[in-house]
Ligand binder design. Sequence first.
Ligand SMILES: Cc1ncc(COP(=O)(O)O)c(C=O)c1O
Length: 385
Amino acid sequence: MNTPKKPIMLFDCKTSQSIIGRENFLNAFEKILDHGAYCQGPETRELDAKLAAYSNVKYCSTCGSGTDALTLALMAWDVKPGDAVFVSSFTFVSSAEAPVLLGATPIFVDSEADTYTMDPKDLKRAIEEVKKEGKLRLKAVIPVDIFGSPCKYDEIIKIAHENGMKVLSDSCQSYGSVYKGRRCCSIADMSATSFYPTKPLGGYGDGGAVFSNNEEEDALVQSCRVHGMSKEDHYDNVRLGMTGRMNTFQAAVLLQKLKVFDQELKDRYRVAKRYDEELSDYYGKQKILDDCQSAYALYTIHCPDRDELMSYLKENGIPCGTYYPRPVNVQTAYEKWNTRSLPICENLSKTALSIPMTPYLDDEDLDYIISKMNEFAAKKINRAA
Ligand SMILES: Cc1ncc(COP(=O)(O)O)c(C=O)c1O
């Protein structure tokens, strides 16, 4: 099969510009140049309202990044030294970085081999271990909707609440995903998402948001977002906070991107469906829970000869990425908290490979990617026979 005429991309952060129309971005930027509220201007408030409505959540507070969103939510819960925060390890570092920045102790939890998300059974085990040791307060659980796939919310929330803990979902990869009829970002006690350019709803720079149905918690997030500022007296900072505001230009970009978001999601499903149906069974495919829908931040498979497959695909002009070659618990800065055995995370870090996933892959691209993947699989199967 011939290589497609245009290069295949792992992510595509640009094509939607021409669909939305560059002039719409430029007009929106001009308005901001005119009104001059460059941080947390009126566009950010419009975005808060639209994102909250889309997710069917009462409160959304946009902020500087997904990492800020995670940190702000934990600040609102007063997470501090002596607190145990249970967190997925097969994830981007920020999921654990946020509690560590606040002085809490991350307790890493293993994933499931098929969904790649937090294993509720291992969460239970980890909680029992911490209880038995008796040194830390049980504070919060941070499951991750990895690659956009919703985690086992019902089970995780039940376990957390039974143990007096809140759940903060790291939905940085799952804005637009659906868990049993409800949008991710509306299920846990609080949720954090990211608008980093490669995310399902990607901006043109950093951005994030915290979601909650609790007015008091949202007010705390808003205060922490501006250095712990008091609502009544802006020169009195009543708690510790950070510079976590969203840039108004970013909000304007995201308001434009929202116009094509639903169509982009549909196109991501179209791509995933072809992979699901046509990729060889030689590959394990990330399992999406029943009655759930991933926003497919990434489409990820696993296979024993991942590194060989990666070289083969790259030689054939198909970009791919290893997310994540090291679970967080074995990264240098986190080694001192690497206290538990996480065999599934370890295995996924050696076998998982993300292949091109953008709403703008056409049939020619997909025919080519699928044929090359299946060619590799057939060689492996024949060799083993
Ligand atoms: C699972 C996960 N958590 C947190 C983050 C952090 O988001 P940001 O890069 O916007 O700080 C990311 C982004 O890469 C992510 O993928």
